[in-house]
Design a protein around this ligand. Structure first.
Ligand code: PEP
Ligand code: MN
Length: 353
């Protein structure tokens, strides 16, 4: 097991959920046949947003995983969220445990799992929490380390966010990169399946993580993805997985290049975040303009009041100068903002009540 855990890149695959014995065994055999997978995953207990959805097959799925291991030689990994899960998984010789995103958000649960693991020698992977909070993620790692866990790794599965429509969970690459900075020797793998939420984006996200020097991948696979009981849209067949892995380019042998790529990605991601914030703020600014528009309408005042505008510009020049922004830029920027604002007010003032 030690050997497999230390393999780089570490490739983990298997169904989102264990559904039936046949499904687990067939998937495992097909994955083993590719010769490219190091570990078999399967969710046994599934945390679902709403009751009534498939909540996992439970403990009775564990013997199927043990059987899959016997047939294929692949070590197994499952998600645990309670002390009882840990106890059951250990009883059925699960080789690696992982904590899911919904567990990492809750220090009570992480501590419960950590306490159940005290004195046990088993690798544990911890997914990032659902929302972008690195302290919770590193806090979870520390809780595991504090009870004596020696082999802890991280899984990046993206972060929930408003306004990002391409992904189920936005990758926010600068966050896992920051975790790598905090825990330089710790295994960090990427879970493109839960980042993408669909099949089309998987390859690109997997490639990006490799370019950022991640230590492996966790990808969901299923013998019949369209009919999977959970996360059907994002799962792929073992054959497709094999093609995907073949198409990945493990480039940048040179560590200087790797550092450069990583630094560039961090900075670009920071720019994306700032741009998003700027746009959100501009949207808020226009909403305020709308409000002003309706007051002016009620009170019969013109939209443009020259004094007020000069005032705004003067303030901005002063502030901009201190921030290293040229007068020319400030003028162009405020002209654009002003025009948009006037057009908003115009709409409000000329709309029928
Ligand atoms: C999973 O791996 O199937 C899972 C539930 O993932 P996450 O915790 O990332 O949502
Ligand atoms: Mn899943």
């Amino acid at each position: 097991m030690q050997e497999k855990w230390n393999k780089r890149p570490l490739i983990i695959s298997g169904p989102c959920s264990a559904e039936t014995e046949e499904q687990v065994l067939e998937t495992a055999v097909a994955l083993a046949k590719t010769g490219k997978v190091d570990m078999l995953r399967a969710g046994i207990w599934k945390p679902r947003t709403k009751p009534g959805l498939f909540e996992g097959i439970g403990t009775r799925g564990l013997p199927w995983l043990l059987q899959a291991k016997k047939i294929t030689g692949l070590p197994t990994t499952v998600e645990v969220a309670t002390a009882k899960h840990v106890e059951d998984a250990l009883q059925f010789d699960v080789d690696v445990l992982w904590l899911g995103a919904r567990t990492t958000v809750n220090p009570f649960s992480v501590q419960e799992v950590a306490d159940a693991l005290r004195g046990v020698d088993i690798p544990v992977l911890i997914k990032n929490p659902i929302h972008p909070d690195l302290e919770l993620w590193s806090g979870g790692i520390e809780r595991l380390q504090k009870v004596g866990m020696q082999q802890v790794g991280m899984i990046h599965r993206g972060f929930s966010s408003y306004g990002n429509t391409d992904f189920r969970n936005a990758p926010m690459w600068h966050l896992p990169i920051e975790m790598k900075r905090r825990f330089p020797d710790m295994l960090l793998i990427c879970d493109p399946s839960h980042i993408c939420g669909n099949r089309t984006l998987l390859q690109g996200i997997a490639q990006k993580s490799i370019d950022l020097d991640f230590g492996g991948l966790m990808l969901e696979s299923h013998i019949d993805p369209d009919n999977a009981w959970s996360d059907a849209k994002q799962q792929i067949t073992p054959e497709r997985l094999s093609e995907m892995l073949d198409a990945l380019v493990w480039r940048f042998e040179n560590s200087n290049e790797k550092e450069f790529i990583t630094a560039l990605a961090t900075l670009r991601e920071q720019i994306n975040q700032v741009d998003d914030e700027l746009l959100t703020l501009l949207g808020q600014r226009m909403k305020i303009a709308d409000k002003i528009g309706s007051y002016k309408k009620e009170n019969n005042i013109t939209i443009l009041q020259t004094n007020r505008w000069n005032n705004i510009l003067e303030r901005a020049f002063l502030k901009g100068e201190a921030l290293g922004l040229s007068k020319e830029f400030i003028t162009r920027y405020f002209d654009a903002v002003h025009l948009e604002s006037i057009s908003h007010q115009n709409k409000v003032m000329n709309s029928p009540l």
